[in-house]
Write a protein that binds this ligand. Sequence first.
Ligand code: GLU
Length: 336
Amino acid sequence: MNVRTIGAMVGFALMTAAASFAQIPDEAAINKALAAAHAKYKGLQEGKNADYIPALAKVDSNVFGLALVTVDGKVHTLGDIKTEVSIQSISKVFTMAKVMEESGTDAIRDNMGVDATGQVFNSIVAVEQYKGAEMNPLVNPGAIASTSMVKGANYDEIWNKIIGYYNDFAGRDLTVLQDVYESEAATNQRNQAIAHLMYAYGHIKEEPVRATDIYTKQCSVGVNAKDLAVMAATLANGGKNPVTGKQVLKSEYVPEVLAVMATAGLYDDSGKWLYRTGLPAKSGVGGGIIAVSPGKFGIAVVSPPLDAAGNSVRAQNAIADVSNALGGNPYAVTPK
Ligand code: GLU
């Protein structure tokens, strides 16, 4: 191979890399957008911490952390990014991804469905109405069923697989916030009932009590805004963690993950959110929200006070502003 051939190959490789990263917003624009959103919403006092899990009511309502990670692995953070909150429902995305990785995407669609229920996330009426089908993995019946589908011989094997998978998405070892876990485990009778109904209808095949407990533990994993943004950026980057370089989820499954997030990521306000931002996203009652701009970036904001639908008030506003400033909406196309 002569020097010219090698030169041409290097040139082509650089052009290809530049083309695939062409849409990533530049660093100055990202920092400006994050600073503007932080300044605008820092003092916003709307919403209230979740309190149906007693430990969540005690979390500092002023925590406000923002993080954006681009698909080329650049990490931008602002505000309170040290404080960990419990991941809560955001975990449902990554357990669903684990099931897809192990059993394929049809397994999710065929066992619990991928449609919005039109009911609250822990609705028992929805389970009854559809006999546990026509759920999706981001509401509690589908989520506990997802957890039950992770393969493993016993509790520890299943749990280690789940937390190990979250670690791969976050790029560091995460731990359970024990107080949150104990608090929810003591008060999760409703989720136990949901799991038993899903078991009765055959969508959970065995051990509904174990599935509910592992689900409760996965919801109690502690994360900061940066962790969540790296997890979101891994989805934005075709399943490959842009910081560690590890392919965590097969790229071919990412569109299905994002489709479920777009359909049901923000509880009953999922449609409003998609209308406002176009971003597949997921919120949790711990106050975190992740959002994915495919091929561009993952963004996350942590701020505990929630609106009536259960979504963090500051996080929704901050993510919408930052994404809109950076051209994050995947549906917004400039005509050629
Ligand atoms: N662990 C919570 C529950 O099952 C998660 C709820 C959420 O974040 O939406 O109630």
